[in-house]
Design a protein around this ligand. Structure first.
Ligand code: TYD
Ligand code: MG
Length: 477
């Protein structure tokens, strides 16, 4: 005989618990465990119900046209989405409050409205507030359909009546409310239920759905895992509110590459695209300063040059301070350990600060060599040549390893007027061997300085010997 069991499920990570608890044992979230509808459990050996229907299998090989794309006229947004918006897809735009999500989506819908039906539903602001913002952006006359609503049942009913719209913006998913779930707006259950109903409507009616999601204090979207699984594309809008740069980053995309970035600048007339981010990130650089080094990085498909700054100062603390903005602390510790063990530069008695200028967050290990150069430069007080770019990965034995997209990095550096590049040795050799005659004309003025080991970087600073002597074990303090 079938018996029913109660089940308790964490709404954040999906782990099942035998009984209710205030905190989920599996993900550590509070107040996320709720009782789910009892399900029928059949005794062993009894198969449930009648046989299922047979499904059709098809060959993997087949003709499927790539999905048509609708471009927004905001090139940076289109690229991050993989070349435009796909009909019937759901895009989650996450970011800190006040970073510019509403501004970006209002600008995008205003552009799209010229030849598509766009609906902008706000649960956070009043109609008047949105109108004022549109006026400020110079878009008051755009044919965007506006509504202030929070009840998802009403919203879905309106979207399903009549001709379907092409693009729908929900600002924000945390303010939406569905009576199918009985918790308060903003809770994981509500967010999940509302998103589910809206996404289902988007698939059924074939419109592109933008969901705005706020980031919690811990830096994740509320109900993060659930939402990220449900949508097709996840974009994070990030940046430093002290700077005017904003970076839109794709972290998941079923219709395009991830790790692609779009760069914007917040002005008093809204967000402007930044078509040449390297020039922007290097705009405030002052040449011939110690501790500064230009890294030739790749963000998505695009080369981006950024300045890495380091400060090394004698520490009065028992445990010296290590502070990193825009890079990984673990990776910094590794580079310092390699410099210590393989090149004799001990930073043990020093506070270290590392900063990626402009508010960009670098994730590539290719920045290792630039970080090492910035550190050695800061320690010795000797600047890295102002016309040099640096890239390369560092291994634990101190070797400098080749990185991908070398030519793209070099081309961008040449374009911005750099004259030398500190590059991994193996890569430079391999490519010269391949075709020594046809060196790309765009990078012919660039002198390559090959590095095989971190020692090669250290020996470019004549003061490194003094720093080594002052910090060597047994010497100093
Ligand atoms: P907003 O789009 O409301 O952020 P979010 O929806 O992510 O919470 O952006 C608000 C911020 O942007 C606010 O601090 C003011 C600033 N801003 C400008 O600097 N210029 C502008 O033209 C607009 C519309 C906003
Ligand atoms: Mg907003």
């Amino acid at each position: 005989m079938a018996k029913s069991v109660k089940s308790f499920v964490c709404q954040s990570c999906g782990a099942a618990a035998p009984r209710w608890a205030g905190k989920c044992e599996s993900c550590g979230e509070w107040n996320t465990i709720v009782e789910e509808a009892p399900r029928e459990v059949l005794p062993k050996g009894v198969s449930g119900g009648k046989g299922g229907r047979k499904i059709e299998f098809v060959a993997l090989k087949g003709q499927t046209a790539p999905p048509p794309r609708r471009t927004t006229n905001i090139g940076e947004l289109d690229r991050v989405c993989g070349g435009g918006l796909v009909a019937g897809s759901a895009i989650l735009v996450g970011g800190d409050p006040g970073i510019g999500k509403s501004t970006l989506l209002l600008q995008a819908t205003a552009q799209l409205a010229a030849n598509a039906t766009c609906v902008y539903i706000t649960g956070e602001e009043s109609i008047d507030q949105v109108r004022l913002r549109a006026a400020r952006l110079g878009m008051a006359t755009a044919a965007v359909q506006l509504a202030a609503a929070t009840n998802v049942r009403d919203i879905v009913a309106s979207l399903e009546a009549g001709r379907p719209p092409d693009v729908v913006v929900i600002d924000s998913i945390q303010t939406m409310y569905s009576d199918a779930a009985d918790s308060a707006p903003g809770t994981v259950t509500q967010v999940r239920t509302c998103a589910h109903e809206l996404i289902r409507a988007a698939k059924k009616r074939g419109f592109t759905l933008f969901l705005v999601g706020h980031v919690t204090k811990e830096g994740t979207l509320a109900g993060p895992r659930v939402l990220e699984h449900m949508v097709d594309t996840v974009l994070y809008f990030e940046g430093d509110r002290g700077h005017q740069f904003r970076i839109l980053r794709a972290v998941k995309n079923r219709f395009g590459p991830t790790d692609e970035i779009g760069v914007f600048e917040m002005t008093d007339a809204g967000l402007n695209q930044v078509l040449n981010p390297s020039a922007l990130f290097l705009a405030e650089r002052r040449g011939n300063v110690s501790g500064s080094c230009v890294f030739a990085g790749i963000e998505g498909t695009r080369p981006v040059l950024v300045e890495i700054q380091a400060l090394v100062a004698p520490s009065s603390l028992g445990t010296p301070r290590r502070a990193v903005v825009g890079w990984d602390l673990g990776r910094l510790n590794m580079i310092m350990a390699v410099l210590d063990a393989r090149a004799g530069l001990a930073f043990g008695g020093h506070d270290i600060y590392l900063n990626v200028a402009g508010g960009l967050r670098i994730q590539e290990p290719a920045a290792d060599l630039a970080v090492a150069a910035a550190l050695v430069s800061a320690a010795t007080g000797e600047p890295v040549p102002a016309d040099a770019v640096v890239f390369g990965e560092i291994g634990l034995s101190g070797e400098v390893r080749a990185v991908t997209q070398r030519d793209l990095r070099l081309k961008e550096a040449a374009k911005l007027g750099f004259r030398q590049a500190w590059v991994p040795r193996s890569a430079a050799k391999a490519s010269q061997k391949k075709d020594p005659s046809t060196k790309d004309s765009s990078t012919k003025d660039l002198v390559l300085k090959e590095m095989g080991h971190v020692q090669d970087v250290v020996s470019r600073f004549s003061g490194a010997g003094n720093f080594q002597a002052s910090t060597s074990r047994g010497g100093g303090h």
